[in-house]
Design a protein around this ligand. Sequence first.
Ligand SMILES: *[C@@H]1O[C@H](CO)[C@@H](O)[C@H](O)[C@H]1NC(C)=O
Ligand SMILES: *[C@@H]1O[C@H](CO)[C@@H](O)[C@H](O)[C@H]1NC(C)=O
Ligand SMILES: *[C@@H]1O[C@H](CO)[C@@H](O)[C@H](O)[C@H]1NC(C)=O
Ligand SMILES: *[C@@H]1O[C@H](CO)[C@@H](O)[C@H](O)[C@H]1NC(C)=O
Ligand SMILES: *[C@@H]1O[C@H](CO)[C@@H](O)[C@H](O)[C@H]1NC(C)=O
Length: 592
Amino acid sequence: MGVGLGLQKMMKATASKALVIRMNLVFLAFFFIIYVGLFLQPSSSIYFENAASLVRCSLRECHHKVEKGMKMEAILEESSKAKPKRLNVSKIEVPSFMNAMGKGVKIGMVNMDEFDTDEWKVRGETIPINFEPVSEYFKWQDLFPEWIDEEEESDIPSCPEIPMPNFRIYDNMDVIVAKLPCRYPEEGWGRDVFRLQVHLIVANLAVKKGKRDWKWRTKVVFWSKCRPMLEMFRCDDLVRQEGEFWWYYQPVIARLEQKVSLPVGSCKLALPLWGQGVDEVYDLSRIKSATKIAKREAYATVLHSSEAYVCGAITLAQSLRKTGTKRDLVLLIDNSISIPKREALTAAGWKIRIIKRIRNPRAEKKTYNEYNYSKFRLWQLTDYDKIIFIDADIIVLRNLDLLFHFPQMSATGNDIWIFNSGIMVIEPSNCTFRILMSKRKEIVSYNGGDQGFLNEVYVWWHRLPRRVNFLKNFWANTTLEASVKNHLFGADPPKLYAIHYLGLKPWACYRDYDCNWDIGNQRVYASDVAHERWWKLHDSMDDKLQKFCGLTKRRRIDLDWDRKKAREAGLPDQHWRINVTDPRRSESHLID
Ligand SMILES: *[C@@H]1O[C@H](CO)[C@@H](O)[C@H](O)[C@H]1NC(C)=O
Ligand SMILES: *[C@@H]1O[C@H](CO)[C@@H](O)[C@H](O)[C@H]1NC(C)=O
Ligand SMILES: *[C@@H]1O[C@H](CO)[C@@H](O)[C@H](O)[C@H]1NC(C)=O
Ligand SMILES: *[C@@H]1O[C@H](CO)[C@@H](O)[C@H](O)[C@H]1NC(C)=O
Ligand SMILES: *[C@@H]1O[C@H](CO)[C@@H](O)[C@H](O)[C@H]1NC(C)=O
């Protein structure tokens, strides 16, 4: 649930436009000093070690801005190196499924050597596609920067250009054949810009020049040691695999078209911020094409291993219903959720499905994230085309139905090139589920949770505005950050689409104040305004549902203990002085 990687988070803040302009300079100086400090830390991530980046801050966020222009004017003498080295293998054999295509076919050849294409000539006409390989100085973080100026306060986000062939000069093709670079198992092989470039060229070529059959599918063949990026070429469209290296796809053009119409990375919002005032409706014409028919759509969340989030899921459902959505609300639960709780969850609006939880084979036994891979079950909801997954510690304040227009994987940013898995647009698929399951052992999740795992599978993702999944944290630790964020948390009518309650959850506190204040390392998550917002929603629910948000005896003991510790430490915010009036404290209100 989105606890991030590193130091850079401490810099995060938000601000209103007017303030930004006034205070930018002061903060530039201030953050620069901090950043110099960070650079000297031995533990700073690779992200910081890239030269050519400069520190750029607004009150909203502070971050590195990569000098895109310079990088992309790429050092042409290096480009020959970017070509994959010729392996000492015998000539690439033409796969047998080519026979079925008959003679006289037009074959587009991407990243294939002359040497490899000879044998194809007997099949028809081979058309080599010329393109300039990306410079090796072009790094993944140029496409997936940690921060972008979403609200366009002082900059309009832009993406560096990935060289593409001149598509116009080519005729239509029956099939596109491409050799994909694959540096597996080298460290970081998945975030290889050259590999992405070849994928993008093939996808664009298929959309622009691929002949389509009556089902609006085209033909794409890959020669690759690793599986082609499933973010672009869905396993559902895989028709044949042959030998170790051949992959034959028949992708649906409309889906590919949507993907190549989105920004090449998270360097730009997939969806600009619904206009400055957040009230304008975004022009969807550009992204609608693939989703015209699809109405089998649902919101979903997952509860497993304990009942700790039952109250969260109840409030989430109620908050979704308040936004007026007509979509199904689907809840996956395992057998740790008791019958009375299931009834309450159903009453709150969820359609319940029972699942078997999924163990992370790399997790220690009995740890808090041992079964976090249970989220993968979402991909088995194949009676829906699209799911908006929402963590059970989130409440939704504005209608999110717009997100159903976006493809998998769309999410908000977390850290470096990582997305936050708290809200994700996903597309259920049995073969995707099988792939996720088969990678459980191999993939190392940076945080032991599903977020780290999914970020290794979906390295190419689309950025949603952070207001869609606004994290309750105060990494910058400044009064300005607090005032701006608290303004957003409290705004009514809401300015945020959803609040993601990091740290201790509101229902695990007394309602009098955010109990994150009472614990040293949780204080960055403390916001009385966001806390109050949650309780307001709670109070609007039916009494019968509210009952499921009580405290357990154990939790009450812990809360009182934390307050005592805070008092002893004399924590300066003095929340421990607040007299607790929460009726949930009384013996008669405690729950199991
Ligand atoms: C390539 O492989 C062949 C045998 O398949 C071998 O005779 C030749 O020496 C190899 N060449 C290199 C450069 O390794
Ligand atoms: C996915 O698998 C389930 C069970 O194995 C099956 O019932 C369902 O029909 C499959 N979905 C599709 C779209 O094939
Ligand atoms: C794992 O799941 C639990 C409960 O669902 C959640 O509290 C925790 O943050 C998750 N951990 C990670 C690392 O995602
Ligand atoms: C936040 O700032 C206060 C003082 O302004 C300081 O005492 C506290 O340690 C800081 N917290 C963090 C997490 O940096
Ligand atoms: C809390 O209650 C005590 C006695 O019950 C009282 O003396 C004190 O003033 C109260 N504190 C606040 C902040 O209301």
